[in-house]
Design a protein around this ligand. Structure first.
Ligand SMILES: *[C@@H]1O[C@H](CO)[C@@H](O)[C@H](O)[C@H]1NC(C)=O
Ligand SMILES: *[C@@H]1O[C@H](CO)[C@@H](O)[C@H](O)[C@H]1NC(C)=O
Ligand SMILES: *[C@@H]1O[C@H](CO)[C@@H](O)[C@H](O)[C@H]1NC(C)=O
Ligand SMILES: *[C@@H]1O[C@H](CO)[C@@H](O)[C@H](O)[C@H]1NC(C)=O
Ligand SMILES: *[C@@H]1O[C@H](CO)[C@@H](O)[C@H](O)[C@H]1NC(C)=O
Ligand SMILES: *[C@@H]1O[C@H](CO)[C@@H](O)[C@H](O)[C@H]1NC(C)=O
Ligand SMILES: *[C@@H]1O[C@H](CO)[C@@H](O)[C@H](O)[C@H]1NC(C)=O
Ligand SMILES: *[C@@H]1O[C@H](CO)[C@@H](O)[C@H](O)[C@H]1NC(C)=O
Ligand SMILES: *[C@@H]1O[C@H](CO)[C@@H](O)[C@H](O)[C@H]1NC(C)=O
Length: 620
């Protein structure tokens, strides 16, 4: 706000700004053309922008539809038509006046400047403007005396906003009968200049009369971006920015804080930050800041913040080697701080390493205790505890963290233990990793027993990414039931999955199995039986073909069954085959008939076919 001191010369700023806006650009340019009708003639005055010595004369032309054009040469440096005879006018008809700068040789320099006016149409004699109680602006005028018929009044105004240094222009046309204009919501603390002209239809606006006015200040809008920038046990620092609508000269900012309901005891002016001192530790404060100008205090901005609170000291978290419980311990904050702890908040994050899952838990303990115990923590997981002291008024202090990785424990039993293959001397079994790994599974123990007695023992190394395993249990006796037990091993040996399987008999490829646990068997390959008359279409559906059936058909059916083992409707297949065979016979007979007809007949042993053929021949 370094411009504050300039405010007193604001009208100067306004004029400069207005000039900037109104001024034309370029060298040797005619600007600010003023048309004045006096004594029945239009006089012209102008100014030169970036004048050089090139201009020696100005050509001024008056043009009207009602009379022939007139012109006059004005010798530079004069910039008005006082040396000319002027232009006698008939009232109420538009006249266009143009001014062209000329070089010594008579050629034009730069653009021509022109303006239109309604000659003889004087400015409204009295123009006054005022700001009303309700802050609206009222412009008031009286009608000029003229023989022309006034159709409207034009009210053009320029507003130079003092507090934002913006310049706005606008205009309005009001009815000829209305001799006032009201601007309902003017910008506070702004220079307005109203220009009122009478307008004659078909002739244009007459001469203007203006009326300046400075609007009153109004309370500013709320400061923006108010925030707490720092805190100590006994202070809060805040910062903010000026309101967007200052609506006047900001004199100071008023800072209040609650619950104390205190106000800053010295007034700040160009200051946009403040430190509130002598506060109570561990306390939440609401802080408001309002800007003030001559019109009073504006809308306050609000923020809140707490003075520094206490944090738990010497936080440690450990796992008990015996019962595996987790204990989080800390020291109560120093009572000298002046804060009263009402409870401790404990935020727990559990990253289960063996499953990749994360859990969160928020709980609190009473202020009377300084420890937190997790009785059955998840094995082999990263526990992170964030402990914070909470003071009266729910003011939460800084969070202190500690972490511990829980020990590995025994995994649960492997899943889906199943038989892949039974041989006469071995069983090939398969299983999936346990649901609860509880650590890093390094191996599986696979043992076999018979009638409760140990038979074999082996260890299978496991890689971390593997989830399905198999193992061949060797050295077994044919056609015998064995209990196969599998356990996963982390740093501890896990729970057992046990199933009973039977080795195949001598000479047999494989055998069925029985299980004693609820293990689900994965779908096994269909086993073919040694009975020759059974055709197996799938592992679940078989169809018995009677020996009385023609042997060739049986062969065909067997072939089809092999070609189409997925068929689940053998009777339908047989029906299809029978139809195909019958159709074949018909085709054969038809072929024979054609052969007979074409004299290429050859004897066929079947007498019935021959007689049928003969019959056909006789018919033809
Ligand atoms: C007018 O003259 C001023 C100073 O002589 C110069 O800075 C400005 O650029 C000129 N304007 C134009 C439009 O030539
Ligand atoms: C009034 O304002 C309008 C719109 O900006 C403009 O066209 C017109 O020339 C202005 N009239 C005068 C007399 O300045
Ligand atoms: C100009 O005035 C009209 C009404 O007279 C208003 O609607 C408009 O917003 C004004 N424009 C500016 C730029 O103030
Ligand atoms: C702070 O302001 C909020 C709402 O703005 C209010 O609910 C709370 O009671 C205030 N606290 C104090 C201490 O004034
Ligand atoms: C703060 O105190 C002033 C008087 O000192 C009182 O007018 C105002 O209502 C109080 N504000 C609050 C929010 O208590
Ligand atoms: C567990 O904590 C250890 C040690 O801080 C870290 O190396 C490891 O990446 C963490 N694992 C997970 C899954 O968060
Ligand atoms: C969260 O912690 C509390 C206290 O230790 C416990 O009672 C609760 O079961 C835990 N909740 C979960 C989802 O772990
Ligand atoms: C099986 O292996 C384990 C570990 O290798 C061994 O301690 C045990 O003696 C072996 N035999 C039996 C019958 O468990
Ligand atoms: C048995 O495990 C080995 C090694 O993981 C694998 O290569 C093989 O395909 C598995 N056999 C069966 C029948 O799943």
């Amino acid at each position: 706000m370094e411009t504050r001191s300039r405010r007193s010369t604001l009208f100067g700023i306004f004029l400069v700004a207005a000039e900037l806006i109104l001024a034309a650009r370029g060298q040797d340019e005619v600007v600010d053309l003023q048309l004045v009708s006096r004594d029945g003639r239009i006089h012209v005055a102008w100014e030169m922008k970036n004048s050089t010595n090139a201009v020696t004369k100005f050509l001024v032309t008056w043009h009207s539809d009602e009379q022939p054009d007139q012109s006059c040469l004005v010798d530079a440096p004069a910039t008005d038509t006082s040396s000319c005879d002027g232009f006698s006018l008939r009232s109420c008809a538009a006249v266009t006046v143009a001014v062209q700068p000329l070089r010594a040789d008579g050629s034009g320099i730069g653009p021509e400047a022109s303006d239109v006016m309604c000659p003889g149409l004087a400015a409204p004699p009295d123009v006054s403007c005022s700001q009303e109680e309700d802050l609206s602006l009222k412009v008031h005028w009286t009608a000029p005396s003229t023989t022309c018929e006034i159709s409207q009044y034009s009210v053009n105004y320029t507003a130079a906003v003092i507090w934002s240094e913006e310049l706005c222009k606008n205009y309005s046309l009001v009815d000829a009968a209305t001799l006032e204009y009201v601007l309902q919501r003017p910008i506070p603390y702004t220079f307005y200049i109203f220009e009122v002209r009478a307008v004659v239809k078909g002739c244009g606006p007459g001469e203007p009369r203006s009326c300046p006015l400075k609007t009153k200040e109004e309370p500013p809008s709320a400061p923006v971006s108010l925030k707490v920038t720092a805190n100590t046990a006994k202070s809060l620092s805040i910062a903010w920015k000026y309101p967007t609508e200052m609506n006047g000269d900001i004199k100071d900012f008023i800072i209040r804080w609650y619950p104390n309901n205190q106000t800053n005891d010295f007034l700040t002016t160009d200051q946009i930050s403040y430190t509130i001192g002598s506060l109570t530790p561990c306390t939440e404060y609401n802080v408001t800041v309002a800007a003030r100008n001559a019109a009073g205090e504006g809308t306050p901005a609000q923020t809140h913040g707490a003075t520094i609170t206490i944090a738990p000291d010497h936080l440690v978290c450990v796992q008990n080697a015996e019962d595996l419980s987790l204990k989080v311990r800390w020291d109560a904050p120093n009572p000298v701080s002046g804060c009263t702890v009402v409870k401790y908040d404990i935020a727990t994050t559990i990253d289960v390493i063996w499953s990749g899952e994360t859990f969160n838990n928020d709980s609190s303990v009473d202020a009377s205790t300084t420890q937190y115990v997790v009785d059955n923590p998840v094995s082999y997981s990263n526990y992170t505890f964030g402990v914070s002291a909470v003071a009266a008024g729910d003011v939460k202090g800084m969070t202190v963290n500690c972490g511990v990785t829980t020990a590995q424990t025994a995994p649960s039993a492997p899943e889906n233990l199943a038989l892949l293959e039974a041989r006469s001397d071995a069983l090939v079994v398969q299983w999936d990793a346990p649901a609860e790994l509880n650590g890093v599974v390094v191996s599986y123990l696979v043992s076999s027993s018979r009638g409760g007695e140990f038979v074999t023992n082996q260890t299978l190394a496991a890689s971390p990414e593997q989830t399905r395993f198999n193992c061949t249990v060797d050295g077994l006796t044919a056609a015998t039931d064995y209990d196969i037990t599998v356990r996963a091993v982390t740093i501890r040996t896990g729970a057992a999955a046990t199933s009973s399987f039977r080795t195949s008999g001598v000479g047999q490829g494989s055998s069925t199995s029985t299980t004693t646990t609820s293990t689900k068997l994965p779908t096994t390959k269909p086993t073919s039986t040694s009975r020759p008359t059974t055709i197996q279409f799938s592992s679940s559906t078989t169809s018995t073909v009677h020996p009385s059936t023609d042997a060739a058909t049986t062969n065909l059916l067997t072939t089809l069954a092999k070609d189409n083992p997925a068929s689940r409707l053998p009777t339908a297949a047989i029906a299809v085959i029978v139809i195909v065979v019958i159709a074949g016979v018909f085709v054969f007979v038809f072929a024979v008939a054609i052969l007979v007809k074409n004299k290429h007949f050859q004897r066929v042993r079947s007498s019935s076919v021959i007689s049928f053929a003969n019959e056909l021949q006789e018919k033809t």
